[in-house]
Design a protein around this ligand. Structure first.
Ligand SMILES: O=C(O)CC1=CCC(=O)O1
Length: 262
Protein backbone atom coordinates (compact mmCIF):
# COMPACT_ATOMS: atom_id res chain seq x y z
CA UNK A 1 0.00 0.00 0.00
CA UNK A 2 1.26 3.45 -0.88
CA UNK A 3 -0.09 6.98 -0.60
CA UNK A 4 0.65 9.87 -2.91
CA UNK A 5 -0.56 13.44 -2.72
CA UNK A 6 -2.52 15.19 -5.46
CA UNK A 7 -3.77 18.76 -5.06
CA UNK A 8 -3.32 18.37 -1.30
CA UNK A 9 -5.30 15.18 -0.92
CA UNK A 10 -3.99 11.70 -0.18
CA UNK A 11 -4.63 9.02 -2.80
CA UNK A 12 -4.31 5.34 -2.02
CA UNK A 13 -2.29 3.48 -4.65
CA UNK A 14 -1.46 -0.19 -5.05
CA UNK A 15 1.24 -1.43 -7.39
CA UNK A 16 1.98 -5.10 -8.05
CA UNK A 17 4.46 -6.97 -10.19
CA UNK A 18 8.04 -6.21 -11.16
CA UNK A 19 9.07 -2.54 -11.40
CA UNK A 20 10.56 -3.22 -14.82
CA UNK A 21 7.38 -4.89 -16.15
CA UNK A 22 5.09 -3.39 -18.82
CA UNK A 23 2.79 -0.95 -17.04
CA UNK A 24 -0.98 -1.44 -16.99
CA UNK A 25 -2.85 1.19 -14.98
CA UNK A 26 -6.48 0.88 -13.89
CA UNK A 27 -9.13 3.42 -12.92
CA UNK A 28 -12.28 2.16 -11.24
CA UNK A 29 -15.92 3.18 -11.48
CA UNK A 30 -18.38 5.20 -9.41
CA UNK A 31 -19.05 3.46 -6.09
CA UNK A 32 -16.16 1.00 -6.38
CA UNK A 33 -12.56 1.05 -5.21
CA UNK A 34 -9.41 -0.55 -6.56
CA UNK A 35 -10.55 -4.01 -5.40
CA UNK A 36 -12.96 -4.01 -8.35
CA UNK A 37 -10.01 -5.40 -10.39
CA UNK A 38 -9.09 -8.20 -7.94
CA UNK A 39 -10.96 -11.01 -9.71
CA UNK A 40 -9.69 -10.08 -13.18
CA UNK A 41 -5.97 -9.55 -12.51
CA UNK A 42 -5.17 -13.29 -12.36
CA UNK A 43 -6.35 -13.55 -16.00
CA UNK A 44 -3.76 -11.06 -17.25
CA UNK A 45 -0.28 -12.10 -18.43
CA UNK A 46 2.46 -12.67 -15.85
CA UNK A 47 5.15 -10.04 -15.37
CA UNK A 48 3.02 -6.91 -15.69
CA UNK A 49 3.48 -3.96 -13.39
CA UNK A 50 -0.12 -3.19 -12.45
CA UNK A 51 -0.97 0.17 -10.90
CA UNK A 52 -4.34 0.81 -9.28
CA UNK A 53 -5.60 3.71 -7.23
CA UNK A 54 -8.69 4.80 -5.34
CA UNK A 55 -10.06 7.94 -6.89
CA UNK A 56 -10.82 10.79 -4.51
CA UNK A 57 -13.84 10.13 -2.32
CA UNK A 58 -13.53 6.35 -2.74
CA UNK A 59 -11.74 3.48 -0.98
CA UNK A 60 -8.86 4.56 1.25
CA UNK A 61 -8.23 7.88 -0.51
CA UNK A 62 -9.17 11.19 1.06
CA UNK A 63 -12.69 12.45 0.56
CA UNK A 64 -12.84 16.19 -0.06
CA UNK A 65 -16.20 17.93 -0.20
CA UNK A 66 -18.25 17.63 -3.42
CA UNK A 67 -18.42 18.70 -6.19
CA UNK A 68 -15.45 17.35 -8.12
CA UNK A 69 -14.56 18.15 -11.65
CA UNK A 70 -13.35 15.64 -14.26
CA UNK A 71 -10.15 17.68 -14.77
CA UNK A 72 -9.32 17.17 -11.07
CA UNK A 73 -9.80 13.42 -11.45
CA UNK A 74 -7.48 13.43 -14.47
CA UNK A 75 -5.00 15.47 -12.39
CA UNK A 76 -5.14 12.73 -9.75
CA UNK A 77 -4.37 10.00 -12.30
CA UNK A 78 -1.54 12.14 -13.64
CA UNK A 79 -0.19 12.59 -10.11
CA UNK A 80 -0.12 8.80 -9.63
CA UNK A 81 1.75 8.45 -12.93
CA UNK A 82 4.26 11.18 -12.16
CA UNK A 83 4.86 9.96 -8.58
CA UNK A 84 5.83 6.54 -9.94
CA UNK A 85 7.54 7.90 -13.06
CA UNK A 86 5.35 5.66 -15.23
CA UNK A 87 5.72 5.65 -19.00
CA UNK A 88 4.47 3.55 -21.88
CA UNK A 89 1.22 2.75 -20.09
CA UNK A 90 -1.79 0.76 -21.20
CA UNK A 91 -4.61 2.48 -19.32
CA UNK A 92 -7.77 0.53 -18.47
CA UNK A 93 -10.71 2.66 -17.38
CA UNK A 94 -14.06 1.40 -16.13
CA UNK A 95 -17.02 3.77 -16.48
CA UNK A 96 -15.95 7.08 -14.85
CA UNK A 97 -12.47 5.51 -14.93
CA UNK A 98 -12.86 5.44 -18.72
CA UNK A 99 -13.69 9.16 -18.69
CA UNK A 100 -10.49 9.68 -16.70
CA UNK A 101 -8.63 7.57 -19.29
CA UNK A 102 -10.03 9.62 -22.18
CA UNK A 103 -9.09 12.85 -20.39
CA UNK A 104 -5.58 11.57 -19.81
CA UNK A 105 -5.26 10.35 -23.41
CA UNK A 106 -6.24 13.82 -24.63
CA UNK A 107 -3.90 15.61 -22.22
CA UNK A 108 -0.82 13.36 -22.18
CA UNK A 109 -1.05 11.04 -25.22
CA UNK A 110 2.71 10.45 -25.14
CA UNK A 111 2.30 8.51 -21.88
CA UNK A 112 -0.10 5.93 -23.28
CA UNK A 113 0.64 2.95 -25.51
CA UNK A 114 -3.05 2.15 -25.61
CA UNK A 115 -6.41 2.70 -23.97
CA UNK A 116 -8.98 0.14 -22.85
CA UNK A 117 -12.49 1.50 -22.40
CA UNK A 118 -14.59 -0.82 -20.27
CA UNK A 119 -18.29 0.05 -20.03
CA UNK A 120 -17.78 3.73 -20.54
CA UNK A 121 -18.54 6.42 -23.09
CA UNK A 122 -17.31 9.82 -24.22
CA UNK A 123 -20.31 11.28 -22.37
CA UNK A 124 -22.33 9.38 -19.77
CA UNK A 125 -25.93 10.50 -19.22
CA UNK A 126 -26.96 14.15 -19.05
CA UNK A 127 -26.35 16.88 -16.44
CA UNK A 128 -30.07 16.76 -15.57
CA UNK A 129 -29.96 13.00 -14.95
CA UNK A 130 -26.93 13.34 -12.67
CA UNK A 131 -28.50 16.26 -10.79
CA UNK A 132 -31.57 14.11 -10.19
CA UNK A 133 -29.33 11.35 -8.83
CA UNK A 134 -27.47 13.83 -6.60
CA UNK A 135 -30.76 15.19 -5.22
CA UNK A 136 -31.93 11.64 -4.45
CA UNK A 137 -28.63 10.82 -2.78
CA UNK A 138 -28.76 13.96 -0.62
CA UNK A 139 -32.29 13.01 0.42
CA UNK A 140 -31.88 9.28 1.07
CA UNK A 141 -28.22 8.29 0.89
CA UNK A 142 -26.66 5.61 -1.31
CA UNK A 143 -28.66 2.86 0.39
CA UNK A 144 -31.87 4.36 -1.02
CA UNK A 145 -30.57 3.88 -4.58
CA UNK A 146 -28.55 0.70 -4.11
CA UNK A 147 -31.04 -1.70 -5.67
CA UNK A 148 -31.46 0.43 -8.81
CA UNK A 149 -27.68 0.77 -9.14
CA UNK A 150 -27.12 -2.98 -8.68
CA UNK A 151 -29.71 -3.64 -11.41
CA UNK A 152 -27.46 -1.70 -13.79
CA UNK A 153 -24.25 -3.23 -12.46
CA UNK A 154 -25.15 -6.90 -12.82
CA UNK A 155 -27.06 -9.25 -15.12
CA UNK A 156 -29.88 -11.27 -13.52
CA UNK A 157 -27.84 -14.40 -12.68
CA UNK A 158 -25.39 -12.51 -10.46
CA UNK A 159 -28.03 -10.03 -9.29
CA UNK A 160 -30.01 -12.95 -7.83
CA UNK A 161 -27.02 -14.64 -6.17
CA UNK A 162 -27.05 -13.06 -2.69
CA UNK A 163 -23.67 -14.44 -1.57
CA UNK A 164 -21.87 -13.36 -4.75
CA UNK A 165 -23.54 -9.96 -4.71
CA UNK A 166 -22.94 -9.11 -1.04
CA UNK A 167 -19.35 -7.76 -1.17
CA UNK A 168 -20.13 -5.50 -4.14
CA UNK A 169 -23.30 -4.21 -2.54
CA UNK A 170 -21.28 -3.50 0.60
CA UNK A 171 -18.56 -1.74 -1.41
CA UNK A 172 -21.21 0.47 -3.03
CA UNK A 173 -23.14 1.36 0.12
CA UNK A 174 -19.96 1.97 2.16
CA UNK A 175 -18.67 4.53 -0.36
CA UNK A 176 -18.60 7.94 1.35
CA UNK A 177 -21.71 9.86 0.24
CA UNK A 178 -19.69 13.02 -0.40
CA UNK A 179 -17.19 11.13 -2.56
CA UNK A 180 -19.94 9.45 -4.55
CA UNK A 181 -21.77 12.75 -5.11
CA UNK A 182 -18.50 14.52 -5.95
CA UNK A 183 -17.89 11.98 -8.73
CA UNK A 184 -21.51 12.26 -9.99
CA UNK A 185 -20.82 15.98 -10.54
CA UNK A 186 -17.59 15.16 -12.37
CA UNK A 187 -19.45 12.77 -14.71
CA UNK A 188 -22.21 15.35 -15.29
CA UNK A 189 -19.67 17.84 -16.58
CA UNK A 190 -17.59 15.43 -18.69
CA UNK A 191 -17.87 15.27 -22.47
CA UNK A 192 -14.87 13.90 -24.35
CA UNK A 193 -16.64 13.51 -27.71
CA UNK A 194 -14.35 15.96 -29.47
CA UNK A 195 -11.01 14.94 -27.96
CA UNK A 196 -11.72 11.20 -28.18
CA UNK A 197 -12.52 11.68 -31.89
CA UNK A 198 -8.97 12.93 -32.31
CA UNK A 199 -7.18 10.04 -30.54
CA UNK A 200 -4.67 8.17 -32.68
CA UNK A 201 -3.47 5.58 -30.13
CA UNK A 202 -4.84 2.02 -30.19
CA UNK A 203 -8.18 1.77 -28.36
CA UNK A 204 -10.18 -1.29 -27.41
CA UNK A 205 -13.66 -1.00 -25.90
CA UNK A 206 -15.85 -3.63 -24.31
CA UNK A 207 -19.36 -3.64 -22.88
CA UNK A 208 -21.48 -6.05 -20.92
CA UNK A 209 -24.53 -6.99 -22.99
CA UNK A 210 -26.85 -6.15 -20.07
CA UNK A 211 -25.16 -2.91 -18.98
CA UNK A 212 -28.00 -0.57 -18.03
CA UNK A 213 -25.75 2.42 -17.46
CA UNK A 214 -23.38 2.62 -20.42
CA UNK A 215 -25.23 0.43 -22.91
CA UNK A 216 -23.34 -1.50 -25.61
CA UNK A 217 -24.60 1.05 -28.19
CA UNK A 218 -23.07 3.92 -26.21
CA UNK A 219 -19.76 2.12 -25.77
CA UNK A 220 -19.61 1.18 -29.46
CA UNK A 221 -20.36 4.77 -30.49
CA UNK A 222 -17.38 5.88 -28.39
CA UNK A 223 -15.09 3.20 -29.86
CA UNK A 224 -16.21 4.30 -33.34
CA UNK A 225 -15.12 7.89 -32.59
CA UNK A 226 -11.48 6.77 -32.42
CA UNK A 227 -11.54 3.69 -34.69
CA UNK A 228 -11.29 1.46 -31.65
CA UNK A 229 -12.13 -2.23 -31.54
CA UNK A 230 -15.38 -3.14 -29.79
CA UNK A 231 -16.51 -6.32 -28.02
CA UNK A 232 -19.67 -7.33 -26.18
CA UNK A 233 -19.49 -9.73 -23.24
CA UNK A 234 -22.74 -11.71 -23.02
CA UNK A 235 -24.86 -12.01 -19.86
CA UNK A 236 -22.87 -9.28 -18.13
CA UNK A 237 -23.77 -5.84 -16.78
CA UNK A 238 -21.72 -2.73 -16.03
CA UNK A 239 -18.79 -4.41 -14.24
CA UNK A 240 -17.37 -7.16 -16.51
CA UNK A 241 -14.17 -7.27 -14.43
CA UNK A 242 -16.33 -8.57 -11.55
CA UNK A 243 -18.99 -10.54 -13.35
CA UNK A 244 -16.98 -12.00 -16.24
CA UNK A 245 -13.34 -11.60 -15.14
CA UNK A 246 -12.02 -14.38 -17.37
CA UNK A 247 -13.55 -12.95 -20.57
CA UNK A 248 -12.65 -9.35 -19.70
CA UNK A 249 -9.10 -10.43 -18.81
CA UNK A 250 -8.78 -12.36 -22.09
CA UNK A 251 -9.83 -9.31 -24.12
CA UNK A 252 -7.29 -7.13 -22.32
CA UNK A 253 -4.58 -9.79 -22.71
CA UNK A 254 -5.24 -9.94 -26.47
CA UNK A 255 -5.06 -6.16 -26.66
CA UNK A 256 -1.75 -6.11 -24.74
CA UNK A 257 -0.34 -8.54 -27.34
CA UNK A 258 -1.75 -6.55 -30.26
CA UNK A 259 -0.09 -3.35 -29.10
CA UNK A 260 3.20 -5.14 -28.40
CA UNK A 261 3.08 -4.59 -24.64
CA UNK A 262 3.67 -8.29 -23.88
O1 LIG B 1 -24.25 3.89 -11.22
C1 LIG B 1 -24.20 3.78 -12.43
O2 LIG B 1 -25.10 4.16 -13.16
C2 LIG B 1 -22.98 3.25 -13.04
C3 LIG B 1 -21.95 4.25 -13.34
C4 LIG B 1 -22.05 5.35 -14.11
C5 LIG B 1 -20.75 6.01 -14.16
C6 LIG B 1 -19.95 5.11 -13.33
O3 LIG B 1 -18.74 5.21 -13.06
O4 LIG B 1 -20.70 4.09 -12.87
Amino acid sequence: MKTITSRGIALHVQTDGPESGPVVMFANSLGTDLRVWDLMLPYLPDGLRTVRFDKRGHGLSDCPEAPYDIAELVDDAEAVIDAHDLKDIVFVGLSIGGLIGQGLAARRPELLRGLVLMDTAAKIGSPEMWQERIDGLRAGGIESMAEAILDRWFAPEMRNDAARLAPWRNMLTRTPLEGYIGCCSAIAGADFTESTSGLTMPVMAMAGSEDGSTTPDMVKATADLCNGAFHVIPNTGHLPCVEAPEQAGALISDFLKEVGHV
